[in-house]
Design a binder for this molecule. Structure first.
Ligand code: TEU
Ligand code: CA
Length: 543
């Protein structure tokens, strides 16, 4: 079925790194407003705003202390209202980040909850330790270590799947669900068009029994995609979301295709789309922190599974938790521009709603930091320290962090070659990548051959083609370096051919070019290094 959120392109803003307006080195809401015209120009139709709520920023806003107020670093509720209005003027919708698995430990609910006899006690998950003085169970956290923190004040432990400053809410308590509904209504009434739902498939903990032994996320089987979780999603949809013209995309962790179907197939009436991680993990083992060799055919296998398995996909290559895609799947040294364009070509020719992360449209690369002291990310520090406990050498630990740290995606947006990269006139909260002199928005805006200009063309192409938005996906060919697939609808077909290598490659396709990252007009079967071509065939040519 056609839907507006299937036709528009989403752009993710990580507010603190997007645009500073007052020189304090932190991006803010007035800064976002000042860049709306640039987003419109790119062809963006929806903004996903990473958290802007009140927060002590232990995890950069993913630890919320008041869901109905704005972090003063970013502005005020009035600024937010102005952002909704200014975006609407430009026909840009906004979805908010809904972080409800946990709150900040500085949320009023949690301060109350620390008192044993408070009506808020049951808003969180409190347990006594084991007799031998050990924590209540053996679960391990997403950010490493145990999930339990002992609280002196009440003599019990509370559960936190993420940092200890992010206590998990208790979704077995109907009052918590009621609070969430109020939060949804609050933002929908103010102008939000939906939500990106943070770690939404782990909010319901069925039991607190010990988990079976596992290298990562011990205990997962007690809280991943549980029936109770599905029930809550249906309830939120039925009681609130269905009353508005809005959509949801769930960030769903550790999901396989079967899980994902249950979370987002339309007849389930839970979520509209999910972010899964399979495609980004084709060159990783166990987790993001353990790389292995990239093989293009493996990527096509994974894409095929999800393209054909779900009725609608959320297509993303980057977000604020992942290294930059041109540094990950591309070649950010020798073929920076061409490989960035190839990856964009892939993203806009797959079936699903495309999500572009800020800076991706200019090919921003991983950070150029040289040591841990330059990093901010809580997860990176936790992991670096944990590896230290296992006596891993510092050089090895740094190598792992350098390629996988979340700060790779969080360095400030490179708007121009001016001091501060056009992001700030002050001291940026996180170091700016020095390649802003050569990789920046202002220069690329002037250059018809730039990555930015190519993204505009890709977005325009997708917007003009029902086949590219809704057509059926079919894999055609793959080897270790090259993949090809088709998108087809009625009597029109596109063939997409991508060369993930720095060598020339031959394939058996010919035809007229709809778009290519080398600017060629005809294709006779030979690909240049990192070349992407999209062929268009009509009528009789299509079998
Ligand atoms: O991320 C959840 C998640 O599982 C990861 O991608 C996670 O960041 C981790 O790196 C796994 O290695 C979401 C948010 O996107 C992230 O920024 C938050 O830190 C996290 O939830 C907690 O709210
Ligand atoms: Ca600021």
């Amino acid at each position: 079925m056609k839907q507006w959120w299937k036709e528009r392109v989403v752009y993710q803003i990580y507010p603190r790194s997007f645009q500073d307006s007052n020189g304090d080195g932190i991006g803010d809401i007035p800064g976002i407003i000042s860049r709306l015209d640039e987003l419109k120009d790119l062809g963006v139709g929806i903004i996903w705003l990473s958290p802007v709520y009140a927060s002590p920023d232990a995890d950069n806003g993913y630890d919320i202390s008041d869901y109905m107020d704005i972090n003063p670093k970013f502005g005020t509720l009035e600024d937010m209202d102005r952002l909704f209005a200014e975006a609407e003027k430009r026909d840009i919708k906004i979805i908010m980040d809904l972080v409800i698995n946990h709150t900040s430990d500085e949320h009023r609910w949690f301060s109350e909850s620390r008192k044993k006899d408070s009506p808020y006690r049951d808003y969180y998950i409190w347990r006594e330790g084991k007799k031998n003085g050990r924590p209540p169970n053996n679960w391990t956290s997403f950010f490493m270590g145990n999930v339990w923190e002992y609280d002196e004040q009440s003599g019990e432990y509370y559960l936190h799947l993420f940092d200890k400053k992010q206590p998990d809410l208790n979704f077995r308590n109907p009052k918590v669900i009621r609070e969430v509904k109020d939060i949804l209504r609050f933002w929908l009434d103010r102008g939000a068009s939906g939500f990106r739902c943070d770690v939404i498939n782990v909010i319901y903990k069925t039991t607190l029994d010990d988990g079976k032994r596992a290298i990562i996320l011990q205990g997962l089987e007690h809280y991943r995609s549980q029936e109770g979780n599905h029930e809550i999603l249906r309830e939120l949809r039925h009681d609130v979301l269905s009353k508005y013209d809005c959509f949801t995309v769930g960030e769903t962790v550790m999901v396989d295709l079967e899980d994902a179907k249950e979370l987002c197939e339309p007849e389930r009436e839970e979520l509209d789309m999910v972010f899964y991680f399979d495609h980004l993990e084709v060159d990783r083992r166990i987790s993001r922190y353990f790389p292995k060799k990239f093989k293009a055919n493996k990527l096509l296998d994974v894409l095929t599974k999800w393209q054909q398995g779900l009725s609608w996909n959320a297509i993303y290559l980057e977000n604020h938790d992942q290294p930059r895609i041109v540094s990950h799947f591309g070649d950010d040294v020798r073929y920076h521009e061409r490989s960035a364009k190839l990856l964009g070509t892939m993203q806009f020719t797959l079936r699903g709603t495309p999500f572009v992360y800020q800076g991706q449209e200019i090919g921003m690369t991983n950070f150029d930091f040289t040591g841990m002291s330059q990093l901010n990310d809580v997860e990176s520090h936790n992991i670096y320290n944990l590896m230290g406990k296992f006596f891993l050498p510092a050089s090895f630990r740094w190598k792992i962090i350098k390629s996988s740290s979340r700060d790779n995606a969080r360095t400030p947006m490179q708007w121009s070659a001016k001091l501060g990269a056009g992001f700030t006139i002050g001291m940026p909260w996180l170091g700016i990548n020095q390649n802003y002199h050569t990789i920046n928005y202002a220069d690329q805006k002037q250059q018809p051959e730039s990555i930015l200009s190519y993204y505009k063309q890709l977005i325009a192409l997708r917007s003009s083609s029902d086949t590219l938005r809704y057509g059926v996906f079919t894999p055609l060919y793959s080897d270790r370096h090259v993949i090809a697939y088709a998108r087809k609808q009625n009597n029109e077909q596109y063939i997409i051919i991508l060369n993930f290598s720095d060598e020339n490659k031959k394939v058996n396709y010919r035809g007229d070019i709809a778009i290519s990252n080398t600017g060629r007009n005809e294709f006779h079967g030979e690909l240049m290094p990192w070349e992407a071509v999209v062929l268009k065939q009509c009528d009789k040519e299509v079998q």
